[in-house]
Design a protein around this ligand. Structure first.
Ligand code: HEC
Ligand code: HEC
Length: 163
């Protein structure tokens, strides 16, 4: 068989067997499948879930949430992502909502529409500046806060473009 063709077939087979999972936008997934019953992910996580050690904890102390999610509206390759997103949200305060939503929509939308990743670094789409630098001079943030918001958008950008 032609060598190039054989490699092409291998690559397809890897894709089909699921060892290279399809990209998932976790925030869209939540809006499509979870928000009807639970509202906004961040609000839900902060209100009903907490972080115990490095695990997510809900209302029932003996419920292992990663296992619970396996039988709760999610497919295999989505469980880890949703679990990790809820864990991050449960452990963070609603600062984006307080400081940024007066002018911007949700963090996920800002990440989808206003950020681009090149060689692993995030840049703003409009001004083409590294996100870290941009945040230093944006919205009159006190020292330390810029890094917080750059980190938050870094996480959310990964959640909307999860490989
Ligand atoms: C049709 C309504 C409905 C949908 C859709 C739904 N859930 Fe739930 N979910 C519930 C109910 C009701 C409970 C409480 C069940 C219980 O405690 O036994 C729950 C519980 C949970 C819990 C555990 C809360 C705790 O305190 O233990 C998590 C986490 C959760 N849902 C995540 C999700 C995610 C993620 C999605 C989307 C993929 C989703 N849910 C979709 C109704 C829903
Ligand atoms: C008073 C209104 C206002 C607030 C508050 C605000 N922004 Fe902005 N933001 C803007 C405007 C207007 C732009 C577009 C102009 C520019 O690039 O400065 C922008 C642009 C951005 C961009 C770049 C978009 C692009 O395409 O280049 C990012 C990222 C951003 N804001 C993040 C944040 C974050 C995070 C917060 C919360 C700490 C925040 N902003 C708070 C008004 C605001």
């Amino acid at each position: 068989m032609h060598r190039g063709l054989r490699c092409f077939i291998c690559a397809c087979a890897v894709g089909w067997t699921g060892s290279a999972p399809l990209a998932v936008d976790l925030h869209r997934l939540w809006e499509d499948r979870c928000a009807n019953c639970h509202g906004e992910a961040g609000d839900f996580a902060r209100r009903f879930l907490s972080v115990q050690g490095d695990a997510l904890q809900g209302a029932h102390p003996d419920r292992e949430l990663r296992r619970f999610l396996q039988n709760h509206y999610l497919k295999n390759n989505e469980i880890d992502g949703v679990y990790t997103m809820l864990l991050a949200q449960a452990g963070s305060d609603p600062r984006f909502k307080e400081r940024c939503t007066p002018c911007h929509a949700k963090a996920a939308q800002l990440a989808r529409e206003s950020l681009i990743r090149r060689d692993g670094v995030l840049y703003t789409r409009g001004s083409r500046r590294p996100l870290d630098d941009f945040m230093q001079q944006h919205a009159a943030l006190p020292a330390g806060e810029a890094a917080f918001f750059a980190g938050l958008l870094e996480r959310v950008e990964r959640e909307v473009h999860r490989p």
